[in-house]
Design a protein around this ligand. Structure first.
Ligand code: ADP
Ligand code: ZN
Length: 732
């Protein structure tokens, strides 16, 4: 007889992947394993929900009223450290833990055993009744290969019924195919590079950190083209030698193609991919391979942070300054910050890599909280490009009637001419999609705006449409003004990349060019094609938005022209200057990455602005120091803390009323200020009215505790949503 305690049904808290307040109590079957992370099927109402044993029961529900959660047969558990991470993220972002768990359980099917794959081989029995078809099938099967029913039917040119008849007769026997493994292990010594001195020092520091098998944070801070990727690959190799798994976070899927090939060149095989473009089946496979340790290195977008690594030994965040790491919908979190948290919980190193770190990381590194690994020079012969400002105020009439030049100033055109004559490549950069950001009626002043958003409609000339970049609303390009009904009075205002391309083509009719723009109307495939064509030198000039700014390596690119360097500089949000600097620095960094020197021309109307000056002088650290000074004086992040509330809903009056109530009930606390409510920048978005409140607090304030004390005071109707954004990076 087993001891009596084994027969008792343990009661545990089970977390469901739903936005509920917390874990619910359930009974496990007698002797059931109550360890944290166990997967169960839990009854909820009249359905069965996948859940996870989270911890001790609360005990508020009487034992006899508890339902039984059945452990999933044969399924592995979630690593307990992942459960800890989920709790941490939930707490920090003020989301229910179940909402975070939902992100970690995205691939439902992964917990069911993979369907067995059966194929057939020739058995020893010869069927009593033979036919020409049967004979042919058995002859083909005689080679000993295992085939599926349809496979054999095809190879032998018979109907599947013939094959099935042979199976029934026992002439073909089933055999189970081994599970196909698409995740061969990377080889740490496949093609180790020879590093230059700076690189070797940084690589050694990272290898030591991996070997130490404990938490440490590193800022790999190197100019564009200095070999940051080569260096952190050495840390990856070290983790592989220690039998640890590695997670590499990239800001965008668009970057991964080149990256995967580069990884394969170093390690012999591609890493495991994780992003939203995977099919259900690929997802399931990848998830399972991470969980059972088959996938050693995962490259993914921010959601890969929630994968169930049982033995994570290194986390890398490449282009760590990228805003794309901030998830803005659903549970709002910053993947770079949470990557540091995950590494701390896993007790392993985290490497943040960038040529233009976020000010937060820069302050952490220069203040000694992170190790600061610097690569000051480009690898090999490549020099950093020369940056020159073109003062648009000084340039002759930009509306020069003869040439009709509007966006490409004479010095920029001359430089383009030189580059094209020399057979080199150029890039024109403008961070604006479409043809023109605003369409205006010359006669009555009517501006085309989105009916669902407080945003202008952007003209897309190739598609002959006006489009809202916020919600995707589209309209065929009208020929008459809807307000005054006059014909031919609509004029495009300002440039987008299409318009710059039009002007470029007028000046350089023989040059080959393409537009690369992450566009609802262009599509990622077209953009990828343009970038590949540029890399293969099938085109001379790439005209693009910020999609061309990052990560790409074009050896023949010697000129970068920034059409409007002032864009985004005057947004007024606290990171506008930092972002402008980062973006322009990254774009500039595309130039001159091989032997030929690069030139960057920035067209600006504010050449004396500190951002422009820092870019022209190549004084990155000077810019960061100045920016640090501004932030410190204003007590803004990272020297103070922010949290934003966005109140949204279809009924504007209710939204404003709830926002007012929140404003009135904000508790007064030391070192906390609450601003607002005010209409958000997009006061109307996808038909919803939006109001904002901003909490500004000193660094030591527990902002989460403050919000938890405040928010429950206002009863929010179901038709209104209050979104909490801790450490906001966008102020729209
Ligand atoms: P970053 O990530 O800092 O911009 P990369 O790692 O992309 O720099 O390196 C820039 C280019 O220089 C790449 O083509 C890379 O292969 C090459 N490179 C860097 N370091 C080395 C090295 N030690 N040996 C050979 N090539 C290198
Ligand atoms: Zn819209």
């Amino acid at each position: 007889m087993p001891p009596p305690e084994m027969l008792q049904k343990p009661v545990v808290g089970v977390l469901l992947p739903l936005p509920l307040a917390g874990a619910y109590d359930y009974k496990l079957p007698a002797g059931g394993n109550a360890a944290r992370g166990g997967l169960v099927s839990a009854p909820l109402g009249n359905r069965e929900v996948l859940g996870v044993v989270w911890g001790a029961a609360e005990g508020t529900v009487g034992d006899n009223r508890l339902k039984i959660a059945e452990p999933l047969e044969g399924a592995p558990s979630l690593p307990p450290k992942l459960c800890d991470f989920i709790d941490w993220v939930a707490d920090y972002t003020l989301n229910p833990p179940g909402a975070i768990l939902a992100m970690a359980l995205r691939s439902r099917g992964a917990f069911e055993p993979e369907a067995r794959r059966i194929a057939y081989v020739r058995g020893v029995v010869t069927p009593p009744r033979m036919s020409a078809g049967r004979a042919r099938a058995l002859e083909v099967a005689g080679d000993g290969l295992a085939r599926s029913v349809t496979g054999l039917a095809e190879d032998a040119n018979v109907s599947p019924a013939v094959v099935r008849g042979l199976i029934q007769a026992g002439a073909l026997v089933p055999t189970e195919l081994p599970e196909f493994s698409p995740f061969p292990p990377p080889d740490d010594s496949f093609a180790a590079p020879s590093l230059n001195d700076d690189q070797a020092v940084a690589a050694q520091a990272l290898r030591d950190a991996v070997a130490a098998r404990k938490f440490s944070a590193h800022l790999l801070d190197g100019v564009t083209g200095s070999g940051k990727t080569e260096v952190y690959f050495e840390a990856v190799a070290e983790a592989l030698r220690h039998n640890k798994q590695v997670l590499i976070l990239l800001p965008e899927i668009a970057l991964t193609v080149q990256f995967l090939e580069r990884f394969a060149a170093r390690f012999g095989v591609r890493p495991t991919e994780w992003h939203s473009d995977l099919s259900q089946k690929e997802r399931r496979r990848a998830y399972r391979a991470v969980m059972n340790g088959e996938a050693r290195v995962v490259v993914g977008a921010r959601s890969s942070l929630f994968l169930p690594f049982p033995e994570l030994g290194l986390v890398i965040v490449d282009e760590e300054h990228e805003q794309a790491f901030k998830q803005q919908d659903g549970a709002i979190y910053h993947a770079r910050d949470m990557a540091v948290v995950r590494a701390r919980i896993e007790d392993c190193p985290v490497v943040l890599a960038s040529a233009t770190p976020s000010l937060e990381s820069f302050v952490n590194a220069t203040g000694g909280r992170y190790s600061h690994l610097r690569l000051a020079m480009r690898h090999g012969a490549a020099e950093l490009p020369r940056v020159k400002l073109i003062d648009l105020r000084q340039e002759k009439d930009p509306h020069d009637a003869e040439h009709k030049a509007q966006w490409l100033s004479p010095p920029l055109r001359e430089a383009l001419e030189r580059v094209l004559a020399a057979g080199e490549q150029a890039m024109l950069f403008l961070n604006r999609r479409g043809y023109a950001p605003l369409t205006l009626c010359e006669a009555c002043g009517h501006k085309f705006t989105c009916p669902h958003c407080s945003a202008w409609l952007v003209e897309h000339k190739y598609k002959r449409r006006l489009a809202c970049h916020q919600c995707g609303f589209e309209l065929p390009m009208p020929s008459t003004c809807p307000q005054c009904n006059q014909n031919g009075t609509l004029i495009p205002c300002g440039p987008g990349v299409e318009r710059v391309a039009e002007e470029f083509a007028a000046f350089f009719p023989a040059a080959r060019y393409s537009i690369a723009s992450s566009d609802i109307l262009h599509g990622p495939a077209e953009t990828q094609a343009a970038i590949r064509a540029f890399a293969r030198r099938e085109i001379d000039v790439l005209i693009g938005t910020q999609i061309v700014a990052k990560g790409h390596h074009f050896p023949q690119l010697t000129l970068v022209g920034v059409v409007d360097a002032d864009l985004g500089g005057s947004d007024g949000d606290l990171r506008a200057r930092e972002r402008t600097f980062q973006l322009l620095h990254q774009v500039s960094g595309r130039a001159g990455r091989a032997e030929k020197p690069g030139l960057v021309l920035l067209q600006t109307r504010n050449p004396d602005d500190a951002v422009m000056q820092a870019l022209a002088r190549g004084d990155r650290d000077g810019f960061y120091e100045q920016e640090r000074g501004f932030r410190e004086a204003a007590q803004s992040p990272p020297f103070g803390r922010l949290a934003a509330l966005v109140i949204s809903g279809y009924d504007g009056e209710t939204v404003r009323e709830i926002a007012r109530q929140l404003g009135k009930t904000a508790p007064s606390a030391r070192d906390v200020k609450v601003w607002g409510p005010t209409p958000a920048f997009y006061a109307l978005l996808r038909g919803q009215t939006r109001e904002r409140l901003l909490v500004q607090a000193a660094r030591g304030v527990d902002v989460q505790a403050y919000l938890k004390a405040w928010l429950p005071q206002v009863k929010v109707p179901a038709a209104v949503r209050v979104t909490v954004d801790v450490d906001p990076v966008s102020f729209f």
